[in-house]
Design a protein around this ligand. Structure first.
Ligand code: FPP
Length: 273
């Protein structure tokens, strides 16, 4: 977190919010559904692609902030399997923006120790996009800071299908048919080896998961803001982390207080009917 304090203006709202954050209880993994680029543009009578262009700044700021705060994993939902249904010009602009941002920001990503990974069926992406992504992944593979995963041509259901098919193939190859466990499935998802997201952020006020990380978000804390993605700022990220730290995560169990009361002798318990 020290790096974050060094990067923000002393006395600014960012500095105040960051000072309230408990550095020992940071989420290890933050996942974000970046939504509302199109609506942001339409409200300003601009073409939808102007919204995507304005969505690059919050992407850059969020990656930088997470790296400086010491967050381990950041996963961004940039293009879903369903997004191919959009007009060709919009889809093409998204790939152009991605390639352009990648080439421009790569030196900064490397300076910040960021390691890039792609989640999704990459083989269906335009060839030049695949080439640039492969090069950037190779170039950052040895970095040990923030692991940045960008979900591209991603679908949570397809990911589970791909994992199940990989398991079936392994079993066929080995000539075994053992029972599949949660661990086997997790180890064959695109996110193998990563912790599940602790915090899932969504912009644009929609209360939907939109086929994102279906398996991995089983116990994630969800934080939704009415702001459209181009309006998402460092202060929103900090607010989301602060609100996350106020939540009580129970994973289907009881809180510490509830467990203590359950174990306490009847005389003590009767004072709290
Ligand atoms: C959702 O808004 C946003 C996307 C589908 C694309 C996200 C892409 C960027 C932020 C640009 C660059 C990305 C990187 C990783 C550099 P929407 O179009 O679904 O908005 P709407 O719901 O208002 O139509």
């Amino acid at each position: 977190m020290e790096k974050f304090f060094n990067a923000v203006k002393p006395g600014s709202r960012e500095a105040h919010l960051a000072a309230e954050i408990d550095p020992r209880r940071l989420p290890r993994h933050i996942a974000i559904i970046m939504d509302g680029n199109g609506r942001w543009a339409q409200r300003r009578h601009l073409p939808r692609v102007a919204g995507h262009r304005s969505g690059v700044r919050p992407v850059r700021e969020t990656i930088e902030s997470c790296a400086q705060l010491g967050i381990g994993y950041l996963t961004l939902y940039a293009f879903s399997v369903e997004n191919w249904k959009r007009p060709r010009t919009e889809v093409d602009t998204l790939w152009q923006l991605l390639r352009h941002s990648l080439i421009k920001e790569l030196p900064e990503l490397k300076r910040n120790g960021v390691r890039l990974q792609i989640l999704g069926r990459m083989e269906a992406l335009p060839e030049e996009v695949q080439r640039d992504l492969d090069a950037a992944m190779l170039d950052t593979a040895a970095n040990t800071g923030l692991q940045l995963s960008i979900a591209l041509n991603y679908s949570g259901r397809s990911e589970i299908v791909d994992a199940v098919n990989a398991i079936v193939q392994q079993q066929r190859r080995l000539g075994v048919s053992t029972a599949v466990t949660e661990e086997t499935i997790a180890a064959n998802l695109y996110t193998a080896g990563m912790p599940d997201p602790d915090l899932l952020i969504r912009t644009s006020g929609e209360m939907r998961i939109s086929n994102f990380l279906l398996w991995q978000i089983a116990y994630s804390e969800i934080w939704v803001t009415e702001k459209m993605w181009p309006e998402f700022r460092r202060t929103d990220l900090l607010q989301a982390i602060l609100d996350y730290q106020k939540r009580e995560r129970r994973y289907g169990g009881l809180t510490e207080t509830e467990s203590a009361e359950e174990l306490a002798p009847v005389a003590v318990r009767s004072r709290h009917p």
